[in-house]
Design a protein around this ligand. Structure first.
Ligand code: ARG
Length: 457
């Protein structure tokens, strides 16, 4: 029989157990459930609500239960529904009557809310570390190849030359904002629900501030109904994971493109590519594709939890139990993808010659030519028009912009001077973009140094 069987004359139907159990997945919360129970029991004794010797037995018993769980010896029982009752039941079997005092002044509603906040705090720190490892891998690839120039793209069309490292550092920036969002979300999550009871608080003289301090929370939640009813911390964290996944997915798409035969900008180590069961020659960037593909399930977890919450009246409803599986799956997915991409990056070898070839197309420097005219005092719209005419004239003759001579250039650009013929050089072009945030080697080197210092903080 369940621990709440007092008023019932028969046990739950087998189907009821199947639908209501959460122990098959909430077992991962056990270290946090035990941590919360230890702080709670310590507080109950300190406040004189339970005898100190019972609290001592509870603490010792919980240690023992934790040992069994750590070693994989613990026997989970589906009929005990969830992690809370599995642990409490085992504790009581171990220490007898004292175990029955642990749940004093507590409900599973404030208990699960506390477990989840402790768990999320832990997981946020883990994901932040993994994002930082990935940032460092991006940085290293850029730093090791800081001279490589490639075409930058808009509309997936050659646009202007950029440094390969500049492209990689764009992702480092995006991921840094992701880290900031995680840190911010952690503060809001880091508040104690315990003491809220089922929904209305508790008649016993609990000391919530003491429990909060013991558990390293930054404060106690100020409304007991809010404390048991909301899961906005999980939703916020899932939206952070969704953004991280979106960034990783875009990076994966870049890698898949760079790895294609048409681009051939990078080589990826054999350990991080896969073959075809049919075509013997194939070497596929499946890790990049799976990174892209896994993004959908992370978005799905976010949508699922938003939907679960939207119609719930205050306060606790059993629907809230559905907050876990999607959340856990999203965490496992993002963590695995991050670790895989970090390891894969260490095997990525850029092919700077291929990149340089692609970036050597003189038309990538058409904007540079228009800006040279602006320096002469020509209004930009007029400069744009003149250069456009020049591009058209070259195309009509089947030559590149760099192959044109001054007289031909002058037909479209009356003020053209011999120096304009030197503009069609990718290295010249990148060096000239020497503003903060630009792709000039001096700027990119400064950014690489800034990130290096930041990683060592
Ligand atoms: N397993 C439950 C959950 O995850 C714990 C809280 C159950 N509370 C209740 N009154 N049935 O939400």
């Amino acid at each position: 029989m369940p621990l709440w069987d007092g008023r019932f004359s028969e046990g739950p139907d087998a189907l009821v157990l199947r639908l209501s159990e959460s122990i098959s997945y909430d077992r991962r919360l056990y270290p946090f459930d035990i941590q919360g129970s230890m702080a709670h029991a310590t507080m109950l004794a300190k406040q004189g609500i339970i005898p100190q010797e019972d609290a001592d037995k509870i603490l010792k018993g919980l240690e023992q239960v934790k040992g069994e769980l750590d070693r994989g010896e613990f026997v989970f029982k589906t009929e005990l529904e969830d992690i809370h009752m599995n642990i409490e039941s085992r504790l009581t079997a171990l220490i007898g009557a004292a175990g029955a005092r642990l749940h004093t002044g507590r409900s599973r509603n404030d208990q699960i809310a506390t477990d989840e906040r402790l768990y999320l705090r832990h997981v946020i720190d883990m994901i932040r570390g993994e994002v930082q490892d990935f940032q460092k891998a991006l940085w290293k690839l850029g730093n090791d190849n800081s001279d490589a120039i490639m075409p930058g793209f808009t509309h997936l069309q050659h646009a202007q030359p950029v440094l390969f490292a500049h492209h990689l550092l764009a992702y480092v920036e995006m991921l840094e904002r992701d880290c900031e969002r995680l840190a911010d979300c952690r503060h809001r999550i880091n508040r104690l629900p315990l003491g809220a009871g089922a929904l209305a608080g508790c008649t016993l003289p609990l000391n919530r501030e003491f429990v909060a301090e013991q558990l390293g929370f930054e404060g106690v939640l100020q409304n007991s109904m809010d404390a048991v009813a909301d899961r906005d911390g999980s939703i916020e964290f899932l939206s952070d994971l969704a953004l991280i996944s979106m960034h990783l997915s875009r990076f994966a798409e870049d890698v898949a493109i760079w790895f294609s035969q048409e681009f051939a900008f990078v080589e990826i180590g054999d350990a991080f590519t896969t073959g075809s069961s049919l075509m013997p020659q194939k070497k596929n960037p499946d890790m990049a594709e799976l990174t892209r593909g896994k993004t959908g399930r992370v978005y799905g977890a976010l949508m699922s939890l938003l939907t679960t919450l939207k119609g719930l009246p205050l306060t606790y409803n059993r629907d809230l139990q559905e907050d876990k599986e999607g959340l856990f799956d999203a965490i496992d997915t993002v963590s695995l993808v991050l670790r895989t991409l970090t390891a894969m990056l260490a095997t990525v070898k850029p092919r700077p010659k291929r990149m340089a070839e692609a970036a050597s197309d003189p038309s990538l420097m058409a904007t540079d030519l228009a800006e040279a005219l602006v320096k002469q005092g020509v209004p930009f719209r007029e400069a744009h028009h003149q250069v456009g005419r020049f591009v058209g004239a070259c195309t009509a003759r089947g030559i590149t912009l760099a192959e044109a001579d001054l007289p031909l250039m002058k037909e479209s650009i009356p003020t053209a001077v011999p120096e304009f013929l030197q503009i069609f050089d990718a290295a010249h072009s990148t060096s000239a973009r020497n503003l903060t945030g630009g792709t000039a080697p001096a700027q990119v080197k400064a950014q690489l140094a800034r990130w290096k210092a930041k990683f060592n903080e």
